[in-house]
Design a protein around this ligand. Structure first.
Ligand SMILES: C[S@@+](CC[C@H](N)C(=O)[O-])C[C@H]1O[C@@H](n2cnc3c(N)ncnc32)[C@H](O)[C@@H]1O
Length: 286
């Protein structure tokens, strides 16, 4: 496969969208651990293990400064974010030196019986993930196409677990590729928990994305949207969207509360919103 990609997550690590996505991911991992039986986690667009927030790229974009650093400064006491702050090792009044990517968060959440697979297209990022994450034999990193991995590795033997699909949205047909791959993965494994991240760039684009999800006619879809700029401000990323399929019990209320706390700390004053809504019912009508 030819790699023609400019995207480097180091510019965006620890921004408000990473925060929103990781808060949802940690809630789902925590819910899976409510039962003793083993689970499997597949992270199809994994990135690396940790991101150095002192790197020139992170300084240049300033996204972590306006994201995670601001959240620590203003929101460290928010009860709904306690799980998240513990997982990223945030401390009151301290600057965060490195930000954990999804593979680091997932692997830290595994128990002896659980397993995870991280798939990443860029060899350097995949190798960094392999180097930086303590495996203890429970995790594997593959260099390759995340969409192909959904076909190759689902359903897992464990029959319970989650799939995170977090592509860079650099190409115009990324949403189409993601929807097709997700629909196929869901046919193979309808009981898995899925988390799909999507950008919010304008009000029209957001409702188009919701309609495309709904059109799949898959039950139990929950959308958690957090915008920190006006939808139509013309700023590249106005908001962060997370589609959860088969969300764990309590996710709606939890995400509403956690996202409201993030919004209070990092949003442009008076702008944006939090909207956590069920997109499809428990069962689809025939
Ligand atoms: C948004 S970043 C992932 C961030 C990571 N999931 C996290 O939460 O820390 C998207 C990643 O997908 C990788 N990528 C792009 N196209 C891919 C593909 N087809 N298959 C797997 N990885 C891909 C990029 O190199 C980048 O590291």
């Amino acid at each position: 496969m030819r790699i023609a990609m400019n995207y480097r997550h180091i510019y965006h690590a620890g921004n408000f969208a990473d925060i929103a996505k990781h808060v949802g991911l940690l809630y789902c991992l925590d819910a899976l651990k409510r039962k003793d039986s083993a689970f499997f986690a597949l992270d199809s667009h994994a990135g690396r293990g940790f991101y150095d927030l002192q790197a020139p790229e992170a300084h240049k974009s300033g996204e972590a400064e306006r994201g995670i650093q601001r959240l620590i400064d203003r929101g460290i006491d928010e009860p709904a974010l306690a799980l998240y702050f513990a997982a990223i090792h945030a401390r009151r009044g301290k600057r965060l030196a490195r930000y954990p990517g999804s593979p680091a968060l997932i692997s830290a959440g595994l128990r002896a019986q659980d397993r995870a697979l991280f798939v990443e297209l860029l060899p350097a990022e995949a190798r960094a993930a392999e180097r930086e994450i303590e495996s203890l034999g429970r995790v594997r990193t593959e260099i390759g196409d995340g969409y192909a991995s959904l076909k190759a590795f689902l359903p897992p033997d464990e029959r319970r677990g989650l799939v995170l699909i977090d592509p860079p949205y650099e190409s115009l047909d990324e949403l189409k590729s993601m929807l097709q791959s997700f629909a196929e993965a869901h046919r193979r494994w309808p009981n898995g928990m899925y988390l799909l991240w999507y950008p919010i760039r304008s009000a029209g684009q957001r409702s188009m994305v919701h309609s495309r999800f709904e059109a799949l006619r898959i039950p139990k879809m929950l959308c958690a949207d957090l915008a920190i700029h006006p939808d139509d401000a013309g700023i590249g990323l106005a908001g962060s969207g997370l589609l959860l399929v088969n969300p764990p019990y309590g996710a709606d209320g939890y995400l509403q509360e956690a996202y409201a706390a993030i919004h209070r700390a990092v949003a442009t004053p008076g702008a944006g919103y939090v909207e956590v809504t069920r997109l499809t019912p428990e069962r689809m009508a025939q």
